[in-house]
Design a protein around this ligand. Sequence first.
Ligand code: SF4
Length: 292
Amino acid sequence: MKVHVCNPHGYCEGVLRAINIALDTKKNNPNHPVAILGMLVHNEFVIEFLAKHGISTLERPNSADEDFLRHVSDDTIIIFTAHGHPKVYEELISNRGLSYVDATCPKVEVTHDVIINALNNNHQIIYIGQTGHPETKAALSINAENIFLFDINLPFNYAQISDLTPVVINQTTLSLDELAKIHDEILTYLPGAIIENEICSATRLRQNAVKNIPLDVDIIYIVGSFHSNNTKKLVQVAKLSHPNADVYQIQTVNDINPAQLKNKKYAGVAAGASSPLELTNAVIDYLKQFNE
Ligand code: SF4
């Protein structure tokens, strides 16, 4: 089968950096438990890989995050994920006498800097993101009173904004097209809004690569975890840009059902920013050797 491969298709800088920070922390502290506060990056295979290196992940379902600190030993080193974290956790961890290492992606830190700077200049903030996503939670925690979440899946209540020139910023992994529509809507209601487009370059490059998949492909596979927002957005982009192709999100080559490939001659492959390269390469190799 003919295969078009989207580039880039390995880890983005922020994911690679976070993995290396976690591995280095364990290497430099072999006698300490090392635990990540939530998924370091949104990919189960990365979490398994880290576990094999003695780095555990503290899951946080249905519970206040700080509760989990009660269950870690006093010599544990906590790692904050690439998505950012509420700053109050740093205090909670220090108060508990634990140390921590911060693996927040520098591109996420940039959004925090923009927010803090705008708040210092007395602007309200409209933050475009998804309720419950760790990056959104971290951003909202900067200031509960003056940051207003524009959930991409819900209508926004403009009555709560009293600033005529609010600063508009976003989660780094949204879809560029979806974000452009939301910006247009906000500018209709608030023409003085100051738009700060903070889709990160890794997300931007991957979405553009998907749009540029030749239009005559029959099928597109997007490799990535169902936890990964940037992967879900690639699926959304692929469905919009290639309405005549079948689009599937898969985690590994094992998720390909050969029946999907019946009568297909040309495939496109793209991957989320936290998908291990070897998983994507296995998909590419399988498709290249596939013969009906
Ligand atoms: S997708 Fe962007 S913001 Fe997220 S870790 Fe990668 S570079 Fe950082």
